[in-house]
Ligand binder design. Structure first.
Ligand SMILES: NC(=O)c1ccc[n+]([C@@H]2O[C@H](COP(=O)([O-])OP(=O)(O)OC[C@H]3O[C@@H](n4cnc5c(N)ncnc54)[C@H](OP(=O)(O)O)[C@@H]3O)[C@@H](O)[C@H]2O)c1
Length: 404
């Protein structure tokens, strides 16, 4: 009901987003581009065409100025030249390994995969066309061949395998992560990086599957970029180049610590845990008050994900409000304050639990168990069997595009 005007609003927002000039206008200042261009000279000789003006953009985010790097400063030829002497040893082939690895390969870079033989990832890598002995190896062999080691094992596995991996990270290599987890929480993970190598991070703000899909569509994911240790003086530049090579469109500068705190907090909050909790609470009350499963689901999840949240994504919260009825707007504005006040202490507890390492400890303990996949599957089964998600399956089957 709330989203009567939604499709008109979406159409107009899509039109706006498709206009490059609109996006370009969001850049407020280009800082010292010429200087950045000189600093950007890659380690190997660079042809004149690469000496373009480079822009580390300083963008005004609601009054706070932040640095953002963009893909157009790293065209494919420049990436190929920059990494021409490198072997990228990407270890781990989960969601990120798949997305980043395939994008690197499609960009023409020299990338090899390292995973344990006979594991699920080994099979999946082969299905994606990685060939054993050519560009698919066991973890240790891949690291021995790599100049840049991209550690995309699960965070628990990064800690577990560190005693074996650390001695192989000899001077001159670069260590790359997609999460600040392992080095930031080193007291718990024991991942104490060698002091004589560059340690960098590119953390795509989305699933590895999205990293791949956006790349294939010619788009790019937003990523965080950070430097933990800069031995060569080139760590940031290398991180940005790798970020573009794995499929990022824009790279937001941060620190390892800020990246891991915000990431652990966000996924436990609005991105996943918090939103799941809100859905369940709202659905249960509707059911207790006599509403049918379809009505409870439609009013809790379906309208949110299919109509209203995409409007927030396209043009912001006020835009979503504007697309809804005056009745809906009045109630939503009033109740948002109560929800914020009630939930803020929960978010404060959550942030504290992240900052004091409790979340890391729990994640390491749970995900290091040999039966972690089975345990996770059991929990997923319990979620799948909740009435709300069973009702959802039926509702989805009745979407016009899914109806037989
Ligand atoms: N997924 C995301 O959306 C996302 C987003 C941004 C950043 N990140 C970060 O990216 C990194 C990789 O995450 P992911 O989600 O792609 O992968 P993941 O599912 O967490 O990890 C999967 C990989 O770890 C390997 N692995 C697990 N235990 C192992 C062990 N004991 N020894 C050797 N290998 C082991 C698996 O191999 P087997 O198949 O052989 O078990 C698989 O290749 C993490 O640092 C994560 O925080 C993830």
């Amino acid at each position: 009901m709330a989203s009567r005007n939604a499709s008109r609003a979406v159409r107009s927002s899509i039109k706006q987003l498709a206009t490059p000039a609109v996006q370009r206008r969001t850049f407020i200042t280009a800082v010292n581009a010429t200087k950045a261009g000189v600093a950007a000279a890659p380690k190997a000789a660079v042809t004149a065409s690469f000496q373009q003006t480079r822009g580390i953009k300083t963008i005004d985010f609601a009054g706070t100025k932040e640095k953002v790097f963009e893909r157009e400063d790293w065209p494919r030829e420049k990436l190929l030249e920059y990494f021409k002497d490198d072997t990228l040893a990407l270890i781990g082939y989960g969601s990120q390994g798949h997305g980043q690895g395939l994008n690197l390969r499609d960009n023409g870079l020299n990338v090899i995969i390292g995973v344990r033989k006979n594991g699920q990832s080994w099979k999946e890598a082969q299905q994606d066309g990685w060939v054993p002995g050519k560009n698919l190896f066991e973890v240790d062999e891949a690291i021995s061949k790599g100049t840049i080691v991209m550690n995309l094992l699960s965070d628990a596995a990064q800690s577990e395998t560190w005693p074996a991996i650390k001695p192989q990270l000899t001077k001159g290599k670069t260590l790359y992560f997609s999460h600040g987890f392992s080095p930031v929480f080193k007291d718990l993970t024991k991942v104490d990086v060698p002091s004589d190598i560059d340690v960098i991070l590119v953390a795509p703000k989305g699933s590895g599957r999205t990293v791949r899909t956006l790349f294939r569509e010619g788009r790019g994911i937003n990523s965080s970029v950070a430097v933990y240790q800069d031995v060569t003086g080139k760590a940031e530049e290398k991180a940005v180049a790798l970020g573009v090579a794995v499929g990022s469109g824009y790279l937001y500068k941060t620190t390892f610590e800020k990246e891991v705190y915000s990431d652990l907090y966000g996924e436990r909050g609005c991105l996943m845990g918090g939103i799941h909790g809100m859905f369940l609470a709202q659905y249960e009350v509707l059911r207790e008050r006599g509403h049918s499963p379809s009505e409870a689901f439609n009013e809790t999840v379906e309208e949110a994900t299919q109509s209203l949240y995409p409007l927030i994504g396209a043009n912001g919260m006020d835009y979503m409000y504007a697309a809804c009825s005056t009745t809906a707007r009045r109630g939503a504005i009033d109740w948002s304050k109560r929800f914020k006040e009630t939930l803020k202490p929960v978010f404060q507890d959550l942030y504290e639990s992240v900052a004091n390492g409790s979340e890391t400890k729990r994640s390491l303990e749970y995900n290091s168990r040999p039966d972690y996949r089975e345990l996770y599957e059991k929990e997923m089964q319990e979620i799948r069997e909740l009435e709300i998600w069973r009702a959802g399956k039926a509702v989805r089957s009745l979407r016009p595009e899914n109806a037989k």
